[in-house]
Design a protein around this ligand. Structure first.
Ligand SMILES: *Cc1c(COP(=O)(O)O)cnc(C)c1O
Length: 522
């Protein structure tokens, strides 16, 4: 085939893809997506490729001559797809399971076509106003008061960074103007969050100049919820040593176990500290995954106390079926954000009057038109449709949890309240029990030996747990993820894909069963 065969007329000229060619390729792309989603079930969930394989399959130098669109699509299949881990797969149960659902996929195409940069109101009134409206719809769905308003960002990490920047600005330390470095007048600043909180809190502290030492992690209870008494004690101790508490971050749906921090009790601690210290302490709530559940009346308890918080992040790209990326930051006072970030250079000054220019609320200037996909997703499914789907995922999680409980080699770590099942391999019962018996022995050296035996039995169970994960990765039928909790390796099976059916749950249980049998205790 010669270089020009299959090229569109425009490719040898100066303009964009011509309209008729666009229509033809566009139909082919939509057909490709439909085929992909229609057959996704047959693919291994995790990409089986080794590091470097995708890179090696690609030319090392950029293309010189135009290439036919057909050939690009062929290489999508040949080179790119094998290196895809299929997040839209119904047997993707790792991390938090998500869905980039149909309405959002189509909306993303439209967003690219409109190619809006929503930095100012006038650079597309629809981008700004639709963003405000979908933020407000989400607020209503979550049962929150009208005073709150929303802003879309790329992800929870960015949302939390913005919230903590607002919190820092609310101190009277004038960090916006004078920075943090080289200022002997400043006390060290502190943010408090549980030891189960997401790493994005620490990353925000790194970016904001608070440093990792600026984050004090607070102990959790036996259900992995922040302990308010420990929070109060930490703040009291810090104040005694000259630290300045700036913010408290609660988590609704922690990454490891989906635990829900006690917002009311944390707000009580905050209020008491504010009264004593006489300066504000921001309460931010990280509900990236879990806050979505509050759209269901019977689960609204997960946000009990939210009215006392200052900000909340929820990711529609996590459990509201919107394609990545889409995070909503809701604030009781968006003014706090513009106080932190508004900076208008002459070339962006407008006389549009009483409008919001979204650039004033964030670090970024240019912004994607993210609201369109959230708008289309909310409308396509409707509030009741979304609730039905969340309830289905909660039901699926309960069903898998019941299976885990019946399984002789497995045990639940916590009873799932959301859609993630956290479980682990039992350490060899006989070994652990024997070790415990010996530990009860009064002879000190025997007890020490027994403790060592017990630790060895648990370590063996953990090692086996990791091998079970690797076995499942290679098998490809399902994808789980693991983490470490209380020093033990645990497995997580997350539900959240709209194509996951009870058949997929059976597939998951069968695969785990086989993995456990294939990886015997040592
Ligand atoms: C996923 C998650 C995050 C990070 O979200 P991004 O959108 O990837 O930045 C933060 N916190 C919690 C609790 C999460 O589940």
């Amino acid at each position: 085939m010669t270089a020009h065969e299959g090229l569109d007329p425009a490719q040898s000229g100066l303009g964009d893809m011509d309209i008729e060619a666009f229509r033809r390729h566009g139909h082919a792309v939509i057909d490709w997506i439909a085929d992909y989603l229609g057959t996704i079930d047959d693919r291994p969930v995790l990409s089986p490729l080794a590091p470097g394989e995708v890179r090696d399959a690609l030319p090392a130098t950029p293309p010189v001559e135009p290439e036919p669109f057909r050939r690009l699509m062929a290489d999508l299949d040949r080179v790119i797809l094998p290196g895809i881990t299929h997040w839209n797969h119904p047997s993707f149960h790792a991390y938090f399971a998500i869905t980039g659902a149909g309405p959002g996929i189509l909306a993303e195409t439209l967003t690219a076509a409109l190619n809006v940069n929503g930095m100012l109101w006038r650079t597309s009134p629809s981008a700004t106003e639709l963003e405000q409206v979908v933020g407000d719809w989400l607020r209503q769905l979550l049962g929150m008061a009208p005073a709150w308003s929303g802003l879309l960002t790329e992800g929870a990490s960015t949302s939390t960074l913005l919230a903590l920047a607002a919190a820092r600005e609310r101190t009277d330390l004038d960090v916006r103007q004078r920075g943090l470095a080289g200022r002997p007048d400043l006390p060290p600043l502190r943010v408090y969050t549980s030891e189960q909180a997401h790493s994005s809190v620490e990353k925000a502290a790194i970016a904001l100049g608070l440093g990792r030492d600026g984050v004090r992690t607070i102990a959790v209870d036996d259900r992995y919820r922040l302990r308010p008494d420990a929070l109060a004690a930490a703040i009291e101790e810090d104040v005694r040593f000259g630290f300045r508490p700036v913010a408290i971050v609660a988590t609704v749906g922690t990454t490891a176990t989906t635990s829900v921090d006690p917002l009311q009790a944390m707000a009580d601690v905050r209020d008491r500290a504010v009264t004593e210290l006489g300066h504000p302490i921001w309460l931010h709530v990280d509900g990236a995954y879990g806050a979505a559940l509050a759209i269901c009346e019977e689960h609204r308890w997960v946000l009990d106390g939210i009215e006392r918080a200052d900000s909340l992040v929820v990711n529609p790209h996590k459990w509201l079926f919107t394609p990545i990326d889409c995070s909503v930051l809701l604030l009781r006072d968006t003014q706090a954000l513009s106080t932190a970030f508004s900076l208008v250079p002459d070339y962006l000054a407008t006389d549009d009057g009483e409008v919001t220019d979204l650039m004033d609320l964030t670090v970024q200037l240019g912004r994607r038109f993210r609201a369109l996909k959230l708008w289309m997703t909310l409308r396509y499914f409707g509030a009741e449709g979304l609730r039905r789907r969340l309830r289905e995922h909660v039901r699926q999680a309960a069903r898998v949890a019941a299976w885990v409980e019946r399984h002789p080699a497995l045990e639940l770590v916590v009873r799932p309240e959301m859609s993630t099942v956290v479980f682990r391999l039992r350490a060899d019962d006989a070994e652990v029990a024997a070790a415990a018996d010996r530990a009860a022995d009064t002879a000190a050296d025997t007890a020490a030996d027994a403790a060592a035996d017990r630790a060895a039995a648990l370590a063996a169970a953990d090692e086996r747990s990791r091998r079970v994960l690797r076995w499942l990765d290679e098998d490809g039928r399902i994808l789980l993820s693991g983490t470490v909790l209380d020093g033990r390796h645990v497995l997580r099976l997350a539900l959240g894909n709209l194509r996951t059916t009870d058949d997929h749950l059976e597939r998951a249980c069968a695969a785990i069963d086989e993995a456990v049998a294939a990886v015997p205790p040592r």
